[in-house]
Ligand binder design. Structure first.
Ligand SMILES: C[S@@+](CC[C@H](N)C(=O)[O-])C[C@H]1O[C@@H](n2cnc3c(N)ncnc32)[C@H](O)[C@@H]1O
Length: 289
């Protein structure tokens, strides 16, 4: 059992190496779960201490991808929180439908399942042609997989139930081409999504965005980083734009009331700069508030 003081020094040295050598700053992540993930990585690679990974992190340029892939938890599913997709269909789509062009941003998209889910939902609501989805993450391994649009057939079977519960209007399998053990999403869906590297810790906003979908990401950040990211989101959204955090996320605190208004507390869907009257789904009314 490592002395807690030595353990804390080792964690800090490792985070310093990640930041100074590779530009990834994990200092404002929730510490306990980050340390757990660093520990399981070091054990799986046969290191006896955390600091033993530092020389490799400094001198082996490919190792950083392995560390990021491990600490960033790229766990996801299609239509992961069906209630959130129901909320989107009922409460958000009627507003989005009033825009001639729609820009959506999914930060922390992992392997892309949610981006494909949202694109399918937009297709079923007749809005995909006028939409562009930006799906971003710091995990380049996950992004490469996302871009391929390939999923195992086993996974697709699991996603089908989520799709049905989320109000899916068709048959999920119809959006894929099938091979032996895998399936590839159809080009008409994939072409609407731009996958890109973007770090919520250090990178800027996506101006003129109508909807930000960022589920199960802020839970890994401390309050200071959460606030920074919410500021980036506020700057990115058009007036009356939507922020979907999903049911696993904490409610926004009182400090955020001036930035976002709650639209659906259960699903954690918010609007930026809310309109004074919310009676009809037109964005013109929103801008005048
Ligand atoms: C648990 S997954 C969530 C995936 C998806 N949003 C969902 O709810 O199914 C968290 C994702 O956040 C990404 N992430 C962590 N820190 C990030 C950062 N600073 N900037 C962008 N993405 C980050 C991770 O790489 C990971 O893919």
């Amino acid at each position: 059992m490592t002395d807690p003081q030595i353990h804390a020094i080792e964690v800090q040295l490792l985070l310093d190496a990640l930041r100074l050598r590779h530009g990834y700053d994990f200092n404002q992540y929730a510490r306990a779960s980050l340390e757990r993930r660093l520990h399981t990585l070091s054990v799986s690679l046969g290191y006896h201490t955390l600091s033993a990974m530092i020389p490799r992190l400094l001198h082996d340029a490919t190792f950083v991808d392995e560390v990021i892939a491990h600490v960033s938890v790229p766990v996801t599913e299609m239509f992961r929180d069906p209630s959130l997709y129901l909320g989107l269909r009922d409460r958000v789509i009627p507003y989005l439908a009033t825009y001639p062009r729609i820009q959506l941003w999914l930060p922390g998209c992992a392997t892309g399942e949610e981006a494909y889910s949202l694109a399918i939902l937009l297709h079923e609501e007749g809005l995909l042609n006028q939409s562009t989805l930006f799906a971003t993450d710091i995990n380049d391994t996950a992004l490469a997989q996302a871009e391929s649009g390939v999923f195992s057939k086993d996974k697709l079977r699991q996603f089908t139930r989520n799709y049905q519960l989320s109000g899916g209007k068709g048959v999920l399998e119809d959006y894929f081409r099938y091979h032996d053990q895998s399936a590839t999403i159809h080009d008409r869906i994939r072409q609407k999504i731009v996958f890109a590297h973007h770090n919520l810790v250090s990178d800027g906003d996506f101006a003129e965005t109508h909807l930000i979908y960022c589920a199960n990401v802020l839970i890994y950040f401390n309050d200071a980083l959460r606030n920074r990211v919410l500021d980036v989101f506020r700057k990115s959204l058009v007036r009356g734009g939507f922020l979907c955090l999903g049911p696993q996320e904490r409610l926004l605190g009182s400090g955020e009331e001036s930035r976002f208004a709650e639209l659906d507390p259960g699903c954690r869907i918010y609007r930026s700069h809310p309109p004074q009257s919310d009676s009809s789904p037109t964005h013109d009314q929103d801008v005048s508030s």
